[in-house]
Write a protein that binds this ligand. Structure first.
Ligand SMILES: NC(=O)c1ccc[n+]([C@@H]2O[C@H](COP(=O)([O-])OP(=O)(O)OC[C@H]3O[C@@H](n4cnc5c(N)ncnc54)[C@H](O)[C@@H]3O)[C@@H](O)[C@H]2O)c1
Length: 375
């Protein structure tokens, strides 16, 4: 067993989620690398306190430069607001560390391109966080779409919905401020989730038309006042992708105002001969379309068929913490050269491609026109 020492910059929602995925690494049964959390950096001392319960996490600092200077860290995971991605990711690379970077990989397209250039110059191993395709149902959708079983592809829908912004009384955080989340708003927040599988299938839009919607113009600031919220909350991207010589409609959906949804990632791909549907709203259910003289949507209960095997019984349901752990298993295995044919994490080039889509969507919204993307 090889042990890889990890430092986390940003000990908020995602920093804690990753730390707890490491803490139950014993669940994995077929992997020869184990992450050890050795360090955490967060500007907020209160955020650091939570990490006191992890005995291996000896370095807790409010200055991430101290973490980067430490020789107890091999790989850095960064989960901070988007306005800080570029500076911190480039500092990680300059410190000679490998990186698992949170999406959207820079606040906008120029920032993502500068990060990609720094990655290429550094030669470090870098991937972008996007865990939803590690659900067994998402993996099956990917394999099915790659297999040719669809026939001629007719239509693709890929999206991510939640409803966190429906409650007008919910205090604002940095994700509702363009200065910190980026002009893209929900595109930056949720877009990588919707784009990852289509991009891995080689389905990058050639043209698109976007409809973007804002949420409440102001929210409580959590201190008794109100704060202006200026980000896009919902995005519908109607695009065309070239698949086997045909232009196919592909809709990408990112919503923070989706009544009834809580972190629902979904994909549906329809073809002349077959079709496939998966949604995390039904985490172990896969729908496959078949036709003969009659037509069927067949429902399969998948259970816990993750690509890295675990102690969890095969009949149980997978969830968000499981796919976070699967994503890290893929990152660490690929870094060791041991991923094999398994599905890998989103690459820096895929992250830049997602930003090209978001940037075109913003341009489309501004001018209310169809925008052509560079191949
Ligand atoms: N993969 C996913 O499913 C997923 C889900 C949520 C968020 N995210 C992404 O993760 C990142 C962080 O989001 P979050 O929800 O964890 O945010 P959060 O606000 O909960 O946590 C961010 C933390 O970063 C700290 N921080 C800010 N600037 C810092 C600095 N210079 N040095 C050290 N710490 C600093 C803050 O104090 C805070 O504790 C974003 O890029 C977001 O898009 C990914």
């Amino acid at each position: 067993m090889k042990y890889t020492r990890i430092g986390i910059i940003g000990g908020g929602l995602m920093g804690r989620e990753i730390a707890s995925a490491f803490a139950r690494w014993c669940a994995l049964t077929d992997i020869n690398v184990t992450p050890v959390l050795t360090a955490v950096a967060d500007l907020n001392p209160a955020a650091l306190e939570w990490f006191e319960k992890i005995p291996s996490c000896q370095l807790r600092t409010t200055d991430y430069h101290t973490l980067l200077a430490s020789d107890t860290v091999d790989v850095v995971y960064v989960a901070v607001p988007h306005d800080q991605h570029e500076a911190i990711y480039i500092d990680v690379l300059s410190a000679g560390k490998d990186l698992l970077a949170e999406k959207p990989f820079g606040i906008d397209l120029p920032s993502a391109r500068r990060i990609l250039a720094a990655v290429e110059t550094s030669g470090r191993f870098v991937r972008c966080s996007s865990e939803m395709p590690f659900f067994p149902g998402a993996q099956r959708a990917f394999e099915y779409a790659s297999s040719g079983a669809l026939g001629r592809v007719l239509e693709v829908v890929s999206g991510f919905h939640h409803s966190s912004d429906l409650d007008a009384a919910k205090p604002a955080n940095w994700k509702r401020l363009s200065s910190k989340c980026g002009e893209g708003g929900a595109l930056n927040d949720l877009g990588m989730h919707a784009c990852h599988l289509p991009l891995r299938l080689g389905w990058k839009p050639s043209r698109l038309f976007a409809q973007l919607q804002k949420g409440y113009a102001q929210r409580p600031d959590g201190k008794g006042g109100m704060v202006a919220c200026d980000t896009w909350d919902n995005a519908l991207i109607h695009s065309w992708v070239r698949i086997s010589g045909t232009d196919v409609p592909m809709r990408l959906e990112m919503k923070r105002l989706a009544p009834g949804a809580t972190n629902t990632w979904f994909i549906e791909i329809l073809g002349t001969d077959g079709g496939i549907r998966f949604s995390t709203a039904e985490p172990k259910t896969l729908w496959v379309f078949e036709r003969n003289r009659e037509q069927w949507w067949k429902r399969t209960e998948l259970g816990f068929g993750t690509q890295f095997k675990t102690v969890t019984g095969g009949i149980f349901e997978p969830g968000f913490p499981d796919v976070i752990q699967q994503m890290w298993a893929a990152y660490l295995s690929e870094r060791e050269g041991g991923l094999g044919t398994r599905f890998g994490c989103a690459t820096p080039a895929e992250a830049v491609a997602s930003h090209e889509i978001f940037s075109a969507a913003l341009e489309s919204e501004r001018a209310s026109k169809v925008v052509t993307l560079t191949p």
